[in-house]
Ligand binder design. Structure first.
Ligand SMILES: Cc1cc2nc3c(=O)[nH]c(=O)nc-3n(C[C@H](O)[C@H](O)[C@H](O)COP(=O)(O)OP(=O)(O)OC[C@H]3O[C@@H](n4cnc5c(N)ncnc54)[C@H](O)[C@@H]3O)c2cc1C
Length: 439
């Protein structure tokens, strides 16, 4: 134990995982959350993205299982659908259909509400962790270069709490930059890459008698021409979650007819078929301006002691690529690793640098794709990566080996350098199509 008390701002995905990790090193861990969290809470205003599908990458699921043994089974008991990314996923690239071979990499499909609720239940079983809901944090308490707590309001009354370590896990809308500025600590402007992406999503009731040969059907967007994409996944055992995406300013309408017409324009007609035949279980929700933003806290030399930041509060990436929860899980894995040998309240930049290294990998992948939109010519290195990515997608329909390498990297199970392994490189560069590309 380093000291007595850690305080986490935000009981979302990253905050809950951070609390689990901190419970091993701190006597008392308190998570403060702005929303009210009743046991049956479904959609809440602090997590509007829960109206959209949330795929948990294989690497993220691995971290969760290490933190919460049997987590995958528990999620399946709650209705999540386990699927092999190869044989159970029907994937359409602009260049053709991906091979449907078993890849031995399984993912779990559940709504964000179910994922979060399952984690929250596990965290609340930890004897030294508590969640105080209804608390809106409005700033940090400082003492000579050290953060000592937070202040805000609860039920319109002032709220103050003190801790040896404060962790900002307040997500995409984090106010950490202005809170630090109030104390004279200035952060570099965030890096922003905007592919002008929009997601429009709706939940449907599962039609039991429809026989499908997939558990997820997906069509990918790709610059510079394929602006429209979509996905449908069986989730929570009772529903299909349909999400239609548009890049470069294209966007699916959020009215009934417009949504169906947009789905019908996709090559993967399975998505349009669900929209046309299944009965809706929710309203249509639309999230626009889904850009990537990175607060480079690791570069702030006078970063205060007693403060860490993780999850979307540091970096929120264009969610169409589905990295967000896995990145937050990787931040918490770093937290776990570093707390074994360091008092991070005294060495916070050690952690922020580790967070930056995990962000860097995903940032490159996501922004390489998104910088392909628009008229501005990206730097040469990015254009080379874009060129290789396009060659890779040309090779995928004809090669299970290339597709496996691609899937393992996008699921964050392998590092991107694996896409340059000789057997993959040869197939990508030779442009060989080793077999027919039918569905
Ligand atoms: C449309 C969309 C689709 C997405 N799809 C995927 C996907 O398929 N796969 C994936 O991995 N990721 C996806 N994401 C990203 C994912 O939702 C985030 O990366 C993830 O939720 C980050 O977790 P977090 O804990 O940092 O933030 P959040 O989960 O957003 O949690 C932040 C928490 O902090 C609370 N809070 C905020 N401010 C305060 C305050 N001042 N005081 C107290 N509490 C506060 C909020 O109420 C909330 O509970 C998607 C995102 C969007 C927008």
């Amino acid at each position: 134990m380093y000291s007595d008390r850690a305080l986490v701002i935000g009981a979302g995905f990253a905050g809950l995982l951070a609390a689990r990790v901190l419970s091993e090193s701190y006597g008392d861990v308190v998570v403060v959350e702005r929303d009210r969290l009743a046991a049956d809470t479904r959609y809440r205003s602090g997590v509007p993205q829960a109206h959209h599908p949330h795929a948990l990458h294989a690497r993220g699921a691995e971290v969760l299982s290490a933190l919460f043994p049997r987590f995958g089974d528990e999620l399946v008991d709650a209705g999540a659908v386990r699927a092999d990314v190869g044989s159970d996923h029907l994937v359409r690239f602009p260049t053709g259909w991906a091979p449907r071979d078993h890849l031995g990499l399984s993912v779990l499909s559940a709504t964000r509400v179910t994922i979060e609720r399952t984690i929250r239940r596990r965290v609340l079983k930890l004897p030294n962790v508590s969640i105080v809901d209804g608390v809106a944090v409005e700033g940090l308490l400082h003492d000579r270069g050290t953060v000592t707590g937070v202040h805000g309001t609860r039920d319109d009354r002032p709220f103050t709490d003190y801790a040896d370590l404060v962790v900002d896990a307040s997500g995409h809308g984090s106010k950490l930059v202005p809170w630090l500025a109030e104390q004279g600590v200035h952060c570099p402007a965030p890096m922003i890459v905007n592919g002008h992406t929009t997601c429009t999503s709706r939940l449907y009731h599962l039609t039991e008698d429809l026989e499908l040969d997939w558990k997820t059907a997906r069509e990918l967007t790709q610059a510079p021409r394929t602006r429209r994409g979509g996905t449908v996944s069986e989730v929570d055992g009772r529903h299909w979650f349909v999400s239609l995406s548009g890049a470069d300013g294209d966007a699916a309408p959020d009215d009934e007819d417009g949504f169906a017409e947009y789905a019908a324009t996709l090559q993967c007609q399975d998505i349009a078929e669900i929209v046309k035949t299944a009965s809706p279980a929710s309203a249509i929700h639309r999230s626009g301006t889904l850009r990537s933003r990175w607060n480079r806290y690791h570069q702030v030399q006078d970063w205060p002691r007693g403060l860490l930041a993780l999850g979307d509060a540091v970096a929120s990436l264009n969610p169409v690529h589905g990295h967000g929860m896995t990145l937050a899980a990787l931040h918490c894995a770093e937290l776990h690793h570093l707390l074994q040998g360091h008092d991070l309240a005294k060495e916070p930049l050690l952690f922020q640098r580790a967070v930056a290294r995990t962000v860097q990998v995903a940032w490159k992948e996501v922004t390489t794709a998104d910088l392909g939109w628009g008229d501005r010519k990206p730097p040469l290195r990015t254009r080379l990566r874009q060129w290789y990515a396009r060659r890779l997608t040309q090779a995928i329909p004809g090669s299970t080996r290339v597709y496996r390498a691609y899937v393992r990297v996008t699921q964050m199970a392998d590092r991107p350098v694996k896409l340059l392994a000789p057997a993959v490189l040869w197939r990508v560069l030779s442009g060989s199509r080793l077999r027919a590309t039918g569905r």
